[in-house]
Ligand binder design. Structure first.
Ligand code: AMP
Length: 397
């Protein structure tokens, strides 16, 4: 039994989950938030109890030190060297990484060189990694990339129709996101596809960020997110795919530059922008059910875009054997699943059991009936276990 820490560092936060591997038992989990502030919040969940503390956390290294002290204090570990490996989530692996990589100097340099493609994310991940390295210099680490799973796409699925020299010179292409989640869903889905020779899967990771992937024989064929997480289906605050001239014309009308409008398309659009109410699907669904017309339109847009991508990927895969719903909305919102399935049922012959669908919140199971031409399942995603598995398999096995 070996203890492995899965880490997801953001610009002002650090999420962690400590596992006993290879058993995959979660020992404890938690988050340091508002790093850089005097009133930062450190939360740890252990043995069914939640311990929350408000305290100054100057930087990520201090957050790691607090975490390790807590592990000792709660007797979760007897000494630091019980932690045998760490695994770090990295959003952008660019063209370099088609799988997870040992976190050596070369990996670090490549992640650093990709910062322009994911300025908020990659920079923060490196800060998180270096914080662990400072406090636990001898503990080996792996980098697990959100983009790696999508590297199996063919050029026709990732090249943009811009001047080709831009593609070549600047590596501008579709990279996708949530790859660790889509890969996890593909692996978990195998149990529903035992009698199928070359399984074709459409995985819908629908949370505040959202993406859909087409997967054949366990490999990603196409995915909805693009160069950055702004692309693909509409999201809580992001536009998803739109005509690029909307950007130019909005800049002209509002007298704003491209950077300002880019921020608006990232942070003030999507469900929030259209409904004017919230980026949280729960609030928008509630308002829609109370008769708010803009909330209704916002939700129709979201459902339409999910349905359109499923249709597109049905064609891309030459059919589909299973559609999976996952992440915050996909796992917990039967209303959304029902609306999406209603939108595709006539074309794809999908029939769901509405009672079964209503019962499934945050739990795994099939929601399609025996008669449905395509199976439909809900599978809660787990990106952290994928990180812990890679850390264990690559460093400790
Ligand atoms: P994620 O980014 O995967 O954590 O998903 C977060 C989003 O899931 C939230 O912003 C909500 O919109 C959505 N969500 C969570 N719980 C529910 C629920 N019970 N019903 C509808 N949407 C939910």
């Amino acid at each position: 039994m070996k203890k492995v820490m899965a880490v997801n560092a953001g610009s002002s936060s650090l999420k962690f989950k400590l596992y006993e591997m290879p058993e995959e038992t979660v020992i404890c989990s938690g988050i340091a938030e508002r790093i850089g502030h005097d009133d930062a919040i450190f939360t740890i969940k252990y043995n069914g109890e939640k311990d929350e503390q408000i305290l100054p956390i100057k930087d990520h290294a201090v957050a790691v030190q607090i975490l390790l002290d807590k592990l000792l204090e709660k007797k979760i570990i007897a000494s630091y060297d019980e932690i045998k490996a760490t695994g770090h989530r990295i959003v952008q692996g660019g063209k370099y990484f088609a799988s997870s990589a040992v976190f050596d100097k070369d990996t670090e340099d490549k992640i650093e060189s990709l910062i322009p493609l994911a300025p908020l994310h990659n920079a923060a991940h490196l800060v998180g990694f270096r914080a662990f390295k400072k406090v636990l210099p001898e503990v080996p680490a792996v980098a697990v990339f959100d983009t790696a799973f999508h590297q199996t796409m063919e050029a026709q699925d990732y090249v943009y129709p811009i001047p080709y020299e831009y593609t070549e010179k600047y590596d501008i292409r579709r990279y996708g996101a949530h790859g660790t989640s889509h890969q996890y869903l593909a692996q978990e889905a195998e149990k529903y596809l035992k009698d199928v020779n070359h399984p074709r899967l459409i995985t819908c990771h629908i949370g505040s960020g959202a993406s859909i992937s087409a997967i054949k024989d366990g490999k990603c064929v196409a995915t909805s997110m693009g160069l950055t997480p702004l692309g693909g289906i509409m999201m809580g605050t992001r536009t998803g795919d739109i005509d690029p001239s909307v950007m130019k014309y909005c800049c002209f009308c509002e007298n704003k530059d491209a950077e300002e409008m880019f921020q608006i398309f990232n942070k003030k659009s999507g469900l929030l922008g259209v409904s004017g109410i919230s980026n949280d699907s729960r609030d928008v669904i509630k308002a829609m059910n109370e008769g708010d017309e803009r909330a209704k339109l916002a939700y129709q847009l979201l459902v339409r875009r999910i349905a359109d991508f499923i249709g597109q990927y049905f064609v891309r895969l030459g059919g589909a054997d299973l559609i999976v719903f996952s992440a915050g909305i996909g796992e917990n919102s039967p209303e959304t699943r029902e609306l999406v399935c209603d939108a595709i049922s006539e074309a794809l012959g999908i029939i769901i059991d509405k009672e079964l669908n209503n019962e499934l919140r945050g739990k795994e199971g099939l929601i399609s009936t025996e008669e449905s031409k395509i199976k439909v399942a809900v599978i809660p995603t787990d990106e952290e276990i994928m990180i812990a598995r890679d850390a264990y398999n690559m460093l400790l096995k």
